[in-house]
Design a binder for this molecule. Sequence first.
Ligand code: NAP
Ligand code: GLV
Ligand code: GLV
Length: 324
Amino acid sequence: MARPRVFVTRRIPDEGLLPIGEACDLRTWEGELPPSRAELLEAVEGCDGILTLLTDRVDADLLDRAGPRLRVVSNYAVGYDNIDVAGCAARGIAVGNTPGVLTETTADLAFALLAASARRVAEGDRYVRAGRWLTWGPMLLLGPDLHGAMLGIVGFGRIGQALARRATGFDMTVLYWSRTRLDPAEEARRDVAWADLDDLLARSDFVSIHASLSPGTRHLIDAAALGRMKPSAILVNTARGPIVDQAALADALRRGVIAGAALDVTDPEPMAPDDPLAGLDQCLIVPHIGSASPATRGRMARMAAANLLAGVRGEPLPNPVVPG
Ligand code: NAP
Ligand code: GLV
Ligand code: GLV
């Protein structure tokens, strides 16, 4: 029997590529940059399975080009807003993602961004390297304390909850907003309290976003939401760029509506070097590295490979995305 034909849209760790290569007729995109749209459409033609990254848009055009043999799209990410999940379901194509294995690593980065932006770590580093460090200064690079501060978590799923555990360990008070509420005993056990979004925005010293991107969360943080925040507040986003209206954020930072922001995700990605946010010292920006530890990327690769291999064999995926 012919081996299933699969396309992997970028080199991922060997923990994933090796098992795929053993079982399939594998083509991997070797470029450091993603395939262009035309290259991607050409490469998926006639495939039984594709392993995609969040930089690949899987829409009706791509599914048409792939053709009737396609059985599975395995995303090397927990987020799957790059995939038309309903379109895949309508064609009987399974979709997989990598939940859980990157939760702690991404929460670590969210906390790192929160602490670094509060205590002006990147600004301080630039200050030293620019030769501006002349003496110890009573007023030099002051920033708010983490301990005793109120953290508002928007989207209380796996990563939001993992951030809450870190924050309570740093003596922060935690509010969360999600459509689903924990029961009161569980809230007490975790030392967190639910608040509606407007209330959370108004009371928090730090607001960290952990909701998935969907039509319901696109531009959830717009000019009006930013206007509800404290002038001293810092916004952290490690979820998806389009959840924040980036033009409104730049304007709010420039006018002092809020004090700072720390972003692992932007809209678009990559952020242009001349983006208004890139010119603001009070905005810390890193290039979508939330899950970027070797161990986690290896676990994601294994999980994405397991989804892909189950899919091409017509078996249920270990981690299926259920169309919502
Ligand atoms: P998760 O467990 O599914 O959590 C997402 C949460 O978002 C859910 O608890 C959900 O709660 C909430 N949510 C969804 N739609 C909402 C809406 N309309 N309004 C309010 N809350 C909503 O997912 P996760 O594993 O924590 O990952 C969360 C997101 O982080 C991913 O989707 C991905 O985009 C992003 N991510 C980024 C990185 C990175 O490298 N920066 C790494 C991993 C993940 P309710 O259903 O109760 O509302
Ligand atoms: C990364 O952003 C992911 O969704 O896994
Ligand atoms: C600062 O370094 C101090 O000793 O207070």
